[in-house]
Design a protein around this ligand. Structure first.
Ligand code: NAG
Length: 189
């Protein structure tokens, strides 16, 4: 009985850290490297203005929905918070940009892209939503990460993200260009 309880507790803790069971050799490393809490990365979606707000701030999601302009939300992934992230080896900031004129938001790990979007493309820098990896689990040493695909629709000026490779490919039918994996995150469920 005790053994079962212990196993359940251990696996609950393991799930909490969002790490899938790793090969024995990796376990010690995984506990050190990704034994940090993660938080949901939400999107709040507006159909009327073709925009998605990406945030780890649940209050921002609530306010967006209260406005009536954004009509639904979903958890896209789990990431490290912007306060935990700086302590996580290998994790990098996920910067957010927004443009009121384009009614668009997007996130990127590239500071160069932040600078060029601000300098030449009319976006405003809106801070760090969380921390993610730029390399897959085998290289980051943290098991359980998946690719985070970015797609963009130039006509709608809308960015759409998914951890599902098949979805990233299929949205091309509705005018979204698949830009490939832009980060490694923990899956939404
Ligand atoms: C961290 O996230 C909070 C919201 O969760 C936000 O208010 C704050 O500005 C962010 N910090 C940075 C450095 O972007």
């Amino acid at each position: 009985m005790k053994a079962i309880l212990f196993a359940l507790t251990a696996s609950a803790l393991f799930l909490q850290a969002n790490c899938i069971p790793a090969p024995a050799a990796l376990e010690t490393r995984a506990a050190e490297i990704c034994g940090f809490p993660t938080v949901p990365l939400y999107q709040a979606v507006s159909d009327s203005i073709s925009d998605r707000i990406f945030t780890t701030d649940a209050t921002e999601v609530e306010h967006a929905l209260e406005s009536g302009v954004y009509v639904r939300q979903a958890v896209l992934a789990y990431v490290y918070s912007n306060t935990t992230g700086p302590n996580v080896p290998g994790a990098v900031p996920f910067y957010r940009l927004g443009s009121a004129a384009k009614t668009d938001h997007f996130v990127t790990t590239s500071w160069d892209e932040v600078e060029s979007a601000v300098a030449t493309n009319g976006y405003e820098y809106q801070g760090i939503v969380g921390y993610v990896y730029t390399e897959p689990s085998a290289e980051s040493g943290c098991p359980g990460t998946v690719g985070f695909y970015r797609t963009v629709n130039p006509q709608l000026e809308d960015h759409y993200y998914t951890t599902d490779a098949a979805t990233a490919t299929s949205v091309a039918k509705s005018g979204y260009l698949n830009q490939g994996i832009v980060a490694y995150v923990f899956p939404p469920a």
